[in-house]
Write a protein that binds this ligand. Structure first.
Ligand SMILES: *[C@@H]1O[C@H](CO)[C@@H](O)[C@H](O)[C@H]1NC(C)=O
Ligand SMILES: *[C@@H]1O[C@H](CO)[C@@H](O)[C@H](O)[C@H]1NC(C)=O
Ligand SMILES: *[C@@H]1O[C@H](CO)[C@@H](O)[C@H](O)[C@H]1NC(C)=O
Length: 191
């Protein structure tokens, strides 16, 4: 049997029994949430935070995982210089600033004529009323033409059924190390 199939089989067998109970509990919560949705009014939430993208040094948070053969000769690094990142999301721009969550996702170079990054990111919050809730962004960041505007395509927890957009701008970049800090403004509509 292929390794992956075996792992999946083991996973489903281990998970099937214990999940049964919590699945019911969750359905009740979701059911109640959907009931309330009929009378629910949409809210607007605005957030502002910083994301620390660290390509080198002690705590690397973004790694290159793929690169096409033409990437090195392309002026826009076209051909998916694909990075996966798990960045700290903080209140202020300093590394020591209060941690509010993580920005996890990937970006790749998707423009042939000019630099245009395809960005897919989940903001996962870990404090306050947004703890354990998340927002998902999918969009284009023309890094040389800030600020970038990218759509919010959904969310979980407090942000279920979210829509809206974010604007992102480089706050700091060390061109030697590649380490940078991005500033985000979030405008989310949700229930
Ligand atoms: C690196 O990560 C470790 C473990 O999470 C943490 O204790 C340390 O403060 C971090 N260092 C920097 C420079 O961010
Ligand atoms: C966030 O939620 C998790 C469980 O989902 C809990 O373990 C943790 O203590 C919470 N953190 C804060 C700061 O509320
Ligand atoms: C930029 O990165 C280099 C190499 O890691 C480091 O020596 C330098 O101190 C950094 N500069 C700033 C302003 O952080």
């Amino acid at each position: 049997m292929p390794k992956l199939a075996l792992v999946l089989l083991l996973f489903t067998q281990c998970m099937a029994m214990p999940l049964l109970q919590s699945t019911f509990r969750e359905s009740k919560e979701v059911g109640e949430w959907i009931q309330k949705l009929h009378y629910g009014k949409e809210k607007v939430t605005r957030l502002h935070f910083y994301v620390h993208d660290t390509l080198s040094g002690k705590n690397i948070s973004a790694v290159e995982v793929a690169r096409a053969s033409i990437t090195d000769t392309s002026p826009t690094l076209f051909g998916a210089v694909l990075f996966i990142f798990d960045d700290q999301l903080t209140e202020g721009p300093e590394g020591t600033s209060r941690l509010e969550g993580r920005a996890q996702g990937l970006y790749g170079s998707a423009g042939q004529q000019e630099l245009g990054l395809l960005v897919a990111v989940n903001f996962v919050f870990t404090t306050g009323k947004f703890n354990a809730s998340s927002l998902t962004i999918l969009g284009r960041n023309a890094a040389l033409n800030p600020p970038a505007e990218m759509p919010i395509v959904g969310g979980t927890g407090v942000f279920r059924l979210a829509r809206g957009f974010v604007t992102a701008k480089r706050h700091f970049l060390n061109v030697t190390s590649g380490n940078g800090v991005l500033e985000y403004n979030v405008f989310a509509i949700h229930y």
